[in-house]
Design a protein around this ligand. Structure first.
Ligand SMILES: [Zn+2]
Length: 293
C-alpha cells in the first residue's frame, strides 16, 4: 500500500517537474573505506551547470568536490545513505569550508533514524556541532547566531518516504546493511530518475521497488561472488546486482564502492551480472561524469 501511495504521489507531482534540463551524474568517490587512490563514497547530481545534490561524503569527497568545480552554495541538500565513516567522514570539512563560501541559505542534511551504535541524523549533527559536540566551536551552524549558514537535519525512517526540495523530489527506503540503519535515495528531477542504493546486501526487494525504471542505479560492487558470510550480510553480490538491475528495469547501472578484494574480479562479476541484466554497465571512476539523457 505504501509503495502504491509513493507511486501516486510521484505521478501527481511529475507534470510540474518535467522541464527539459541538462542533468548529469558525477562520481566523486568510487572507492570504499580503504587506503586507495579512490576517494570513498560520494556523488553529485548537476542540473544546468550547478551541483544541486550531494549524496554521501566519505573521505576524499571534500577534495573531489572542489576538483569537480561544484559550489556548496548551489546544493539543495546533502544526503547520507548511512553513518559508516566511508560515507560521512568529510561532512565536518564541508561545513567548515561552507562557512567561508557564499552560502547563506539553510542546507538540509538528509539521513536515517538511529539504532544501537548509530545515532540518527539529528543526534549525529549534535554530536559533531552541538554544545557538547566534538566541534562545539562550530555550534553556530545549528542555531542562528552568527554569519554562518545553517544546517537542518531531515530524518527518514525505514519505510517508503518522499519529500520535495524545490523541483527535486526525493524518495527513500530502508535497505539491509547488516545492523546499520541505511537508506537508498531516488532523486527525481525533470522526469529523470537517479537512484543511489548506498551500501546494502539488497536481501529484500524494497530497493527494486524504489529503483523501478530508473535512468541510473548507482550500486556498490564491494565484494566478489565468493566473499565470506559476514561480508555478504553487508554487501550485495554480483549475481544479486544483476537480478536487482533486471527486475527494476534499470537503463544504466553504475558499479562503484570498488574495494581491493574486487580488483581483478571485474570480468567474473560482469559475467554474473550479465546472467540477468542486459542494460548498460559502467565501472565508476573518481570524477567520471555521466550525462542523464
Ligand atoms: Zn561503504
Amino acid at each position: 500500500m505504501r509503495q502504491y501511495l509513493f507511486t501516486i504521489i510521484f505521478l501527481s507531482l511529475s507534470p510540474i517537474l518535467i522541464f527539459a534540463k541538462d542533468i548529469s551524474l558525477q562520481i566523486l568517490g568510487s572507492g570504499g573505506p580503504e587506503f586507495s587512490k579512490r576517494a570513498s563514497s560520494s556523488y553529485i547530481i548537476w542540473v544546468d551547470g550547478k551541483a544541486k545534490v550531494l549524496v554521501d561524503a566519505g573521505g576524499g569527497a571534500f577534495l573531489r568536490f572542489t576538483q569537480s568545480g561544484a559550489k556548496i552554495e548551489d546544493l539543495e541538500f546533502m544526503a547520507l545513505t548511512h553513518l559508516h565513516i566511508d560515507h560521512s567522514a568529510d561532512l565536518p570539512a564541508f561545513m567548515k569550508a561552507g562557512y567561508f563560501s557564499k552560502r547563506t541559505t539553510v542546507l538540509p542534511i538528509l539521513g536515517t533514524t538511529g539504532a544501537r551504535d548509530f545515532p540518527n541524523i539529528n543526534e549525529y549533527l549534535q554530536r559533531l556541532f552541538g554544545k557538547k559536540g566534538a566541534y562545539a566551536y562550530m555550534n553556530d551552524i545549528l542555531t542562528p547566531q552568527s554569519d554562518s549558514f545553517q544546517i537542518k537535519p531531515i530524518m527518514f525512517n525505514q519505510g517508503f518516504n518522499s519529500k520535495n526540495f524545490g523541483q527535486i523530489m526525493v524518495g527513500t527506503v530502508g535497505v539491509a546493511h547488516g545492523k546499520v540503519p541505511a537508506i537508498a535515495y531516488c532523486i527525481n528531477i525533470a522526469g529523470k530518475k537517479i537512484v543511489f542504493a548506498g551500501d546494502t546486501s539488497a536481501s529484500s526487494d524494497k530497493l527494486i521497488s524504489l529503483a523501478q525504471d530508473a535512468d541510473y542505479l548507482v550500486i556498490h560492487h564491494a565484494i566478489p561472488q565468493d566473499a565470506g558470510h559476514f561480508a555478504k550480510l553487508l554487501h550485495i553480490t554480483p549475481k544479486r546486482i544483476g537480478e536487482v538491475a533486471q527486475k527494476a528495469k534499470i537503463k544504466h547501472l553504475v558499479l562503484s564502492h570498488r574495494m581491493k578484494r574486487t580488483y581483478n574480479a571485474e570480468n567474473e562479476s560482469l559475467k554474473l551480472i550479465r546472467e540477468s541484466f542486459r542494460g548498460d554497465i559502467i565501472w565508476a571512476e573518481d570524477l567520471l561524469t555521466l550525462e542523464v539523457e
